[in-house]
Design a binder for this molecule. Structure first.
Ligand code: GUN
Length: 291
């Protein structure tokens, strides 16, 4: 293996430490405690794990965590009424509605009902527009965490060829905007891209966010490229015993690490940075609210 491993877990701990310092100053100087409300509709097991982890880290950095768990068959009107209440609650500075929502709820409608100033996910159309036009926005947490690791590892990204694999609203599209903002030459590749292997191989930076376990293999990677693996996929691991599973990314770690200059592991790469950036966005929202 030649690649440097980018330690997202350690980086995230540093970011959380800075957030904790900021929270402590807000408390000491102004008597303000930032508050994050997380809304979970239904019982998707992966979402439950994320929400628990977000709540725990929120409290660890000294902020208030408000969890709202709603039944899977909650009506859109009831969900919108809760969002309205959180929008006007002065103790709540950040609101996150965990996605995906159950099928009967209109995701776009729900997200756009959040006060853009409290939209710590950066999914509201106002924040999407602000990011796209280079204005001060709430930036989606996963792409922001990826950008921070890239800047930390590479310094300036100016002029580099970046390929984002995946075109989701949560990761692919905002990631492309952020890389463009740092003067990369950006390509978004997806399931319909012709000769995706050749496209990927041109890249100095590959961000894989497709949700397909180990899809990107070493032959997709230009020697020395920096690989950011956003995927978190659970696969069977018979080698660990019957019925056991393990987490893998969208990249085949071993073959990519043979070729890449640097790579993020799964777990311990992008995942912890996402939560750290959520906490950072919440403290930012709180500071702006009391600006
Ligand atoms: N589901 C998967 N990732 C995310 C995220 O970053 N924010 C929200 N709200 N839901 C998600």
């Amino acid at each position: 293996m030649v690649a440097t491993i980018i330690d997202g877990k350690a980086f995230a701990a540093t970011v959380r430490g800075k957030v904790a310092g900021h929270v402590a100053r807000l408390k000491a100087d102004h008597g303000i405690i930032p508050g994050l409300a997380v809304v979970l509709v239904g019982e998707d097991p992966a979402s439950q794990v994320y929400v628990r982890s977000k709540g725990k880290m929120t409290v660890e950095v000294g902020m208030n965590s408000y969890e709202h768990k709603l039944e899977a068959d909650t009506s859109e009107a009831d969900l919108l009424a809760l969002i309205d209440q959180l929008n006007t609650d002065p103790e709540v500075h950040g609101i996150l509605v965990q996605l995906p929502l159950p099928g009967h709820l209109n995701e776009a409608l729900v997200i756009n009902a959040i006060d853009p100033a409290k939209d710590v996910d950066g999914f509201h159309i106002s924040n999407v527009g602000l990011l796209a036009t280079g204005q001060k926005a709430m930036v989606p947490c996963t792409p922001l965490g990826c950008l921070m690791m890239l800047r930390d590892h590479l310094g300036s990204l100016s002029g580099l060829n970046a390929v984002v694999i995946g075109r989701s609203n949560i990761v692919g599209k905002p990631m492309a905007q952020l890389l463009l903002g740092d003067s990369c030459t950006v390509t978004i590749a997806h399931s319909r891209t012709k000769d995706i292997l050749a496209v990927s191989r041109r890249a100095d930076i590959v961000v894989a966010a497709v949700g397909r376990p180990q899809m990107v293999t070493g032959d997709w990677i230009k020697p020395g490229a920096t690989v950011i693996d956003v995927g978190i996929n659970r696969i069977d691991a018979p080698e660990k015993g019957e019925g056991k599973t393990r987490l893998v990314g969208d990249c085949d770690f071993d073959s990519c690490a043979e070729v890449a200059g640097a790579i993020t592991p799964v777990p311990g790469g992008v995942g912890p940075m996402t939560i750290a950036c959520l906490l950072a966005n919440t403290v930012t929202a709180c500071s702006r609210a009391h600006g």
